[in-house]
Design a protein around this ligand. Sequence first.
Ligand SMILES: N[C@@H](CCC(=O)NCCCC(=O)O)C(=O)O
Length: 249
Amino acid sequence: MSAPRIAVTGMWSNRIHGLRFDGSAVAAAVLRAVVRAGGEPLTLFAEGASPLVERLRGFDGLLVPGGADVDPGRYGQDPHPATATADSPAQDAFEAEAIAAALALGIPVLAICRGFQLLNVERGGTLVQDLPEASPHRDGVHEVRLEADSALASVLGAAAVPVSSYHHQAVDRLGEGLRAVGRAPDGVVEAVELPAAELLAVQWHPEDTAADDPQQQALFDWLVERAAAGTGSDGAAERVRGIGERVGA
Ligand SMILES: N[C@@H](CCC(=O)NCCCC(=O)O)C(=O)O
């Protein structure tokens, strides 16, 4: 029995310290959290012969992780001096197409930080390009308060959670159809859902603490369990748990 296949969008990077060649950047913590949940993470890159709706066939879920700033041109703004977009100009379009394709195929999506921001932009929303220097969002831990009736609150099993935060941009105007289900004490939107879609998107980095914090690991468990449920094979969720325990990642 094979584990649910989770497509993870990767990016090329020439900023990986000490490497004498370009590398690919996907946080190992993200991949390990998928494996711990019983999933099989496979990285996809912007370059591909066919459209994402074809390339995602055979995958059971999609994860769009953190990364560089979204091109402000995608939300009608000129770049702020502090805005640092992806090395590859194709990265935004690739990940935007991947999210749209996953929603069209009906496979579950987990979007993290940059992924969360890109989703908002692709739904017609905008971003604050640079939060104040002293903002608690830049690199630290802060609380997020959740809407009690949200899917996210039930996945995390709490009304409020401490989160690992690492971003200098934030949602400004919320994208169409998105529901804000989590906010920081300063009002910054930290989580959204798309009603009727199997999608969770968070501004923080659950992978940073998932290895020791089952509450944050639960986001990856949700993705893999929904992916397994999608495969339609009975007992998939049981199978997933069995694989996760065996792997013990
Ligand atoms: N660039 C955006 C998004 C922040 C983000 O995804 N940070 C993660 C960077 C890579 C990592 O360390 O995981 C912003 O800063 O708002």
